[in-house]
Design a protein around this ligand. Structure first.
Ligand code: BES
Ligand code: ZN
Ligand code: ZN
Length: 501
């Protein structure tokens, strides 16, 4: 789809449809609505008078100019109260607008851009949110359906029209960011929605490699032999049950000019989690094709940063493997020596995410970064603790956590801080090894994070557990059914606003 930002008046657009913003406070019609109202013999004011359209957030209604204007449809979009507007509310409203556009099968749409800042929301931020709302709502789960190509109607041209010249540059920048941010989420959704038979560790690595070539960053794919040389035995122990070879995906993006800091992003890349010998139930396995979403998010984020040209040096580490039971699988009670040298007693093979991340995080230290962030569908317990509205945020550095919370507010991808007191380590003490991979029934998500902390040393570190927010049962505004892609926009915002710690 082609997106343009131009100077012009929406009422003169020649697209199949135009989208107009309406706040609840429209007592008197704004100049654009007034012109349209006059052309349509009072249809707009009549609509408001009936009370059928109150402009509450996300409400849409369609008017038909019947030849009296150059476009066929007007979508009125409710934005709620002007002074209660937030970036997330705007993104939500535009998610509904995107759905309406799709429902009407529009091929071209002109959107009324804002003429100035909206209270505390800058022009650039509002246009980014508008683009995100629309593009995120367009993602569709039809990759594996035999759909008639003629049925796949999609919006081909989206134009933002602003009357005054001033501010067009800001809107353009916002639009570009919106496009890249949405791409990152939709790309992550797409990978996480791929079934285990379509997305093996090798194919995941292939996707990363393809993006690296297209966007000029480095991608190294390490084979089992190379992983063995690195002594990442904890990662390999998880991989030992599967016939599909494990891959260690290592990405590196170097900014074109200055770099502020070096950051490592680590993502869990389990392409299917059956639990290993600690086998899950069938119901428990249904979503487990998405157990690589953290990895997908890291790949998408680094590619997006390369597209933007962000002034940060980024490394991405994604240990990718399946977690399956077999004659060669990791056994309950096995003791493995991890990359860090620490020995781990494995008391549940389904707690495999922390085993591969332990090595990923410990390997991350060799790059001597300023900070490391990991993203993982790590524990079912985070869902029990926080529900499905937010991810769990853990870490050992206050300033880093504060930056992540800020990014969360801007991106609309909510995170909630969880405790990580050192007393939790008690629960992970093993009789036989340095540490065990599970620690009893209670506080599972925290214990998983406490386990990971043992492998980061004194490096400033953040862990985001996305297991509660990885899949959506229903579509709603810009959220689509299936894998959510949660984390890509969060990480991008975090990196874009990065402040030296
Ligand atoms: N991949 C799962 C966590 C998960 C659960 C992600 C539900 C998304 C939705 C992880 O590997 C796992 O199985 N964790 C176990 C840990 C337990 C054995 C200590 C869990 O949370 O039940
Ligand atoms: Zn598991
Ligand atoms: Zn898992």
């Amino acid at each position: 789809m082609q997106i343009e930002v131009k100077q012009g008046r929406v009422e003169l657009a020649e697209d199949e449809g135009v989208l107009l913003n309406c706040f609840e406070e429209v007592k008197r019609l704004n100049p654009v609505l007034k012109t349209i109202n006059d052309k349509l013999s009072g249809a707009v004011s009549h609509l408001f008078e009936t009370g059928d359209f109150t402009a509450k957030l996300g409400q849409t209604t369609v008017l038909y100019p019947q030849g009296r204007l150059k476009f066929k449809r007007i979508i009125l979009l409710g934005l709620g109260k002007r002074d209660e507007m937030t970036i997330e509310k705007l993104r939500r409203a535009y998610g509904f607008a995107g759905r309406k556009t799709r429902e009407l099968k529009l091929k071209s749409l002109s959107v009324q851009a804002f003429e100035s800042n909206l209270a505390a929301i800058k022009l650039q931020e509002s246009s980014q949110a508008m683009v995100e709302g629309i593009l995120l709502s367009f993602y569709k789960l039809d990759r594996y359906k035999t759909v008639d190509e003629n049925e796949r109607v999609a919006l081909q041209r989206l134009t933002f029209l602003k009357e005054k010249r001033k501010g067009i540059g800001e809107i353009k920048r916002g639009e570009e960011f919106g496009e890249i941010f949405s791409w990152a989420t939709n790309f992550s959704r797409d990978l996480a929605n791929r079934p285990g038979n379509y997305l093996t560790p090798e194919r995941l690595a292939g996707e990363a490699d393809k993006l690296a070539r297209e966007n000029n960053f480095k991608c190294k794919i390490l084979s089992t032999t190379e992983i063995k040389k690195l002594k990442m035995n904890s990662f390999l122990a998880v991989a030992s049950g599967s016939k599909e070879p494990a891959k260690l995906i290592v990405l590196e993006y170097l900014p074109p000019r200055r770099k502020i800091n070096t950051l490592v992003l680590v993502g869990k890349g389990i392409t299917f989690d059956a639990g290993g010998l600690s086998l899950k139930t069938t119901e428990g396995m249904v979503e487990m094709k998405g157990d690589m979403m953290g990895g997908a998010v890291v790949i998408a984020t680094i590619a997006a940063c390369a597209k933007i040209g962000l002034p940060l040096h980024l490394i991405g580490i994604i240990p990718a493997t399946e977690n399956l039971p077999s004659g060669s699988a990791l056994k309950v009670g096995d003791i493995i020596t991890s990359h860090s040298g620490k020995t781990i007693e494995v008391l549940n093979t389904d707690a495999e995410g922390r085993l591969i991340l332990a090595d990923g995080l410990s390997y991350a230290r060799s790059f001597e970064p300023d900070a490391v962030v990991d993203v993982a569908t790590l524990t079912g317990t985070i869902k029990l603790a926080l529900g499905t509205l937010c991810a769990g945020l853990f870490g050992n550095h206050r300033g880093l956590k504060a930056q992540m919370l800020k990014a969360s507010e801007k991106s609309g991808e909510r995170v909630w801080e969880m405790p990580l007191w050192k007393e939790y380590d008690e629960f992970l003490k093993s009789d036989l090894a340095d540490i065990k991979n599970v620690g009893g029934r209670f506080g599972g998500a925290i214990l998983a994070a406490a386990f990971l902390q043992n492998f980061v040393g004194d490096l400033p570190w953040i862990h985001v557990d996305i297991a509660g927010v990885d899949f959506r049962e229903k579509e709603d505004s810009y959220h689509t059914k299936g894998a959510s892609g949660f984390g890509a926009r969060l990480l991008l915002q975090f990196l874009r606003d990065w402040k030296r710690i």
